[in-house]
Design a protein around this ligand. Structure first.
Ligand SMILES: *[C@@H]1O[C@H](CO)[C@@H](O)[C@H](O)[C@H]1NC(C)=O
Ligand SMILES: *[C@@H]1O[C@H](CO)[C@@H](O)[C@H](O)[C@H]1NC(C)=O
Ligand SMILES: *[C@@H]1O[C@H](CO)[C@@H](O)[C@H](O)[C@H]1NC(C)=O
Length: 321
């Protein structure tokens, strides 16, 4: 019916007055991941000609709209990055409109978001460290734009699911409040895979609020672990022994040097050179011949003849009659 559509255009023209009306942004949605608050929308057809700007506003369930992003050309507005006082239990609504020069679109209002209930909890970061037949699992909470996971969800637990690499159907799960868990009594030399999901607790009746699961990480167990104190003890023992030996050596250095280098040394000429033995034998053979000297002593006209023999070992007096 051409007359009907003409009427519609006419009505729009009258309502808009002299101001042309821009198409509204479509698919306007308020989202929250890890306690942020972001309004998103799809572009209007006019954006193809360029120069289209968007302005957003946000309000809680009990306050008036306050200005958010102004004249932005992007298709989203992150209220949590603005200096905007968000509450972790607050309920928010936002709206957006497009502007192009003097033209402006009507506001489009978004859905509501109640932060703690509706925010999507991102995946935790999981790291594994294997030690013998155990694997240490360390879980890092997703970083919240507002507060921390523990502050918002004080009773949150980690659901840790683990399985042998090729047997995911036999997965086992444990629940922990701690962000560090030791999986023990595992098979040796076996690859295990771990995935963690945060359970933030019951938000609405019967429904637990779960995080996005972590990516799966795998690690192999090894041999029976060496008790960590064994190498420490060995090191300690060796160090103690070394120190003791050094102290003994310092304190008793004189005694030790006496023991090792006796003072009653061989005649130095025997030790001096490499051919000392040769020297020694030469010296022996060089020893002068025993010298005997005959001394004739005539005393008191006696015909007694005394012969003095001088030689090594003393002087002998020989008597001849
Ligand atoms: C935003 O854009 C409109 C239209 O172009 C303009 O009238 C207004 O002054 C701008 N506001 C700011 C804060 O720049
Ligand atoms: C998880 O770990 C990766 C790599 O180490 C890091 O880039 C990322 O920021 C971490 N995420 C969180 C939530 O800690
Ligand atoms: C933990 O996660 C596993 C795998 O997603 C699931 O089968 C199990 O029911 C969960 N346990 C708890 C206590 O949420």
């Amino acid at each position: 019916m051409p007359s009907t559509s003409l009427n519609a255009v006419l009505v729009l023209f009258i309502l808009g007055g002299s101001r042309a009306v821009l198409n509204t942004p479509s698919n306007v949605r308020l989202t929250s991941i890890n306690m942020n608050l972001v309004l998103r929308w799809d572009s209007s057809p006019e954006s193809l000609t360029g120069g289209l700007l968007y302005t957003t506003e946000v309000k809680t369930s009990v306050t008036m709209y306050r200005v958010g992003c102004v004249n932005t050309s992007t298709l989203e507005c992150d209220f949590s990055s603005l200096k905007f006082p968000l509450s972790m239990y607050g309920t928010y609504t936002a709206r957006v409109h497009a502007q192009q020069e003097a033209e402006s679109s009507p506001w489009v209002e978004s859905n509501n978001i109640t932060m703690d209930i509706d925010t999507i909890i991102g995946s935790p970061n999981v790291s594994l460290f294997s030690n013998g037949a155990t694997i240490d699992v360390t879980i890092e909470d997703p970083v919240f734009a507002l507060s921390t996971l523990r502050d918002v969800y004080s009773t949150a637990t980690y659901n840790i699911t683990y399985w042998k690499d090729d047997q995911s159907e036999k997965a086992r799960s444990i629940s922990s409040l701690q962000n560090r868990v030791i999986l023990s009594k595992l098979d040796l030399w076996t690859k295990y895979c771990v995935q963690v999901q945060i359970n933030a607790g019951e938000m609405t009746k019967g429904n637990s609020k779960l995080s996005i699961p972590s990516s799966t990480v795998c690690e192999s167990t090894t041999t029976e672990p060496e008790a960590p104190w064994v190498p420490a003890l060995v090191t300690f023992f060796i160090m103690t022994l070394t120190v003791t030996l050094v102290v003994i050596a310092v304190v008793y250095r004189k005694t030790i040097s006496h023991l090792l280098c006796p003072q009653d040394v061989l005649p130095s000429h025997l030790l001096e050179t490499q051919n000392s033995l040769h020297d020694w034998t030469t010296k022996i053979s060089d020893q002068p011949e025993e010298i005997y000297k005959s001394v004739r002593v005539i005393a008191d006209n006696e015909s007694t003849e005394k012969q003095k023999v001088v030689g090594r070992g003393g002087v002998f007096l020989l008597q001849k009659t």
